[in-house]
Design a binder for this molecule. Structure first.
Ligand code: NAD
Length: 456
């Protein structure tokens, strides 16, 4: 079926009001849950074929989050969809006021390759929960994963409600030329700009989940061993190919050596055979990214790791020391298993450096000092983050997930996801019982005085 036919059919289906039925939405989400359960094995196999991501890692970082989102939406969407009464002001007396959550319509979801299941399915779940139709365009890069998604969705759901369209830049370009009620994009900041421009043609609202460099502060009052353990987990999960991975470390000079030693021993424990394929360490997604990453390594600054295996597309977890903000590796998002460490003495100077750059998607602080933590939270704008942890804020459904500035527009997960795909329609319902005549002509001095009292 061609793209414009799919969209026409989705628009017709949306206009039939079927998706506004709460029971229909819940049934669709329950079906999606059982479809995933039935095909979980295939999904694990596909992603393993694409970049050797293990079943365990795929479960904790993808499938478990998808089930969590499904269960949460199934449990709560009835409540979320209710119209809400609000107070009416004196000027409008006598009347009732309320807000009706209504679905936006036909939604385009475009996703990235690094967590191909969760960043494709979670926005689709929110869009369906909110009563929309969905066209999902997964990334073409993990080819087998994209195929499995297309197969399991397209054989189990009606194209006019929820469908997967596979393809690369040409297909995405064609999709972006259509008129949508919302576009939800996950990917790089550069492609985010292309999506935003295309959406502007039709005044289509967007949510952009983009990337950036996420700083991680480490202060001398932290628990160094546990800090190192948590950072190594967060950085080298998915071989660093995580949008909210700690991109670089900012460590107080006094503990730099202790921290580097702790990071080394945690890496050795977690990844004893770090430059070969094993069940704990994924591949770099393709040769182009492998090349990009290996070219980024400043050989004279390797403190640990740096070994590569081109045929298996594996780069050993790598620590880089004596790094400054001026080094090439500090220019763009790393998106791989390279961890630059910058040491500092003056916090204000480091904060100023971060503020010169684009707003980060995530930021992490390892410290026991409330004063230090609050200073950073107060002074730096970023999408979201964690204190004495990394990555895990993404897994709390009560925390809306998204960026700010160049790291994104809008947010999602749980109720925030429902809101992302919902228009809140404000209604004032007036009674016929009583009509104070003051707003009508003739406009007298006396009426003006009463209106001044009521309106101000
Ligand atoms: P990408 O921007 O290259 O691709 C994303 C999607 O856009 C893909 O589906 C791709 O087919 C499509 N696309 C690529 N080029 C296009 C073009 N010229 N015109 C139209 N469509 C195009 O991103 P990626 O490499 O798949 O993912 C990595 C980026 O995504 C990183 O920057 C990462 O930080 C970011 N990311 C962000 C989040 C988040 O939640 N904020 C999550 C995952 C990844």
């Amino acid at each position: 079926m061609d793209i414009s036919t799919i969209i026409n059919n989705q628009q017709l289906f949306f206009n039939s009001n079927k998706t506004k039925d709460i029971a229909f939405r819940i049934k669709t989400l329950q079906k999606l849950k059982s479809v995933i359960q039935e095909n979980e094995k295939q999904m694990y196999q596909a992603i393993y074929t694409d970049f050797k991501k293990s079943e365990f890692e795929t479960y904790i970082a993808e499938i478990a989050l998808v089930y969590n989102e499904l269960n949460d939406a199934i449990r709560n969407l009835k409540e979320w969809s209710k119209r809400k009464r609000v107070k009416t002001n004196l000027a409008n007396f006598p009347a009732k006021s309320f807000i009706i959550p209504e679905p936006l319509g036909t939604i385009l979801v475009i996703s990235a390759w690094n967590y191909p299941y969760q960043i494709s399915l979670i926005p689709a779940i929110s869009a369906i929960a909110a009563g929309n139709t969905v066209v999902l365009k997964p990334s073409e890069i993990p080819n087998n994963t994209s195929k499995v998604l297309a197969k399991i969705i397209n054989t189990n759901f009606d194209t006019k409600h929820f469908t997967v369209v596979e393809g690369s830049v040409d297909t995405t370009t064609e999709l972006l030329q259509q008129k949508w009620d919302k576009i939800f994009f996950t990917g790089s900041t550069n492609v985010g700009r292309i999506v935003y421009k295309a959406a502007a043609e039709n005044l289509t609202p967007v949510t952009l989940e983009l990337g950036g460099k996420s700083p991680t502060f480490i202060f001398k009052d932290c628990d160094i061993k546990l800090t190192a353990k948590r950072i190594v987990w967060a950085k080298f999960l998915n071989a660093g190919q995580t949008c909210i991975a700690p991109d670089y470390l900012l460590v107080e000079k006094e503990i730099e050596h202790k921290l580097l030693a702790a990071l080394k021993s945690e890496i050795e424990l977690a990844y004893p055979i770090g430059n070969t394929i094993n069940e704990n360490y994924v591949q770099i997604i393709n040769d182009a990214h492998f090349q990009r990453l290996t070219n980024l390594i400043p050989k004279d600054k390797i403190c640990y790791g740096g070994e590569q295996n081109a045929s298996e597309r594996i780069i050993q977890p790598t620590l880089l020391q004596n790094i400054s903000f001026e080094n090439t590796i500090m220019k763009d998002e790393i998106f791989g298993p390279l961890l630059p460490v910058i040491s500092f003495n003056n916090l204000d100077e480091v904060i100023a450096k971060i503020k010169e750059r684009e707003k980060p998607l995530a930021l992490y602080i390892y410290s026991k000092s409330k004063k230090t933590i609050n200073k950073i939270l107060h002074e730096i704008s970023f999408g979201g983050g964690a204190i004495n942890e990394s990555l895990v804020h993404l897994s709390n459904p009560n925390l809306p997930f998204g960026g700010v500035g160049a790291s994104g527009i809008g947010n999602y997960h749980s109720k925030a996801g429902f809101d992302t795909f919902t228009h809140y329609k404000s209604i004032l319902h007036k009674s016929f019982l009583f009509e104070p005549n003051i707003k009508y002509t003739p406009f007298t001095k006396w009426k003006r005085q009463i209106l001044k009292f009521i309106l101000e």
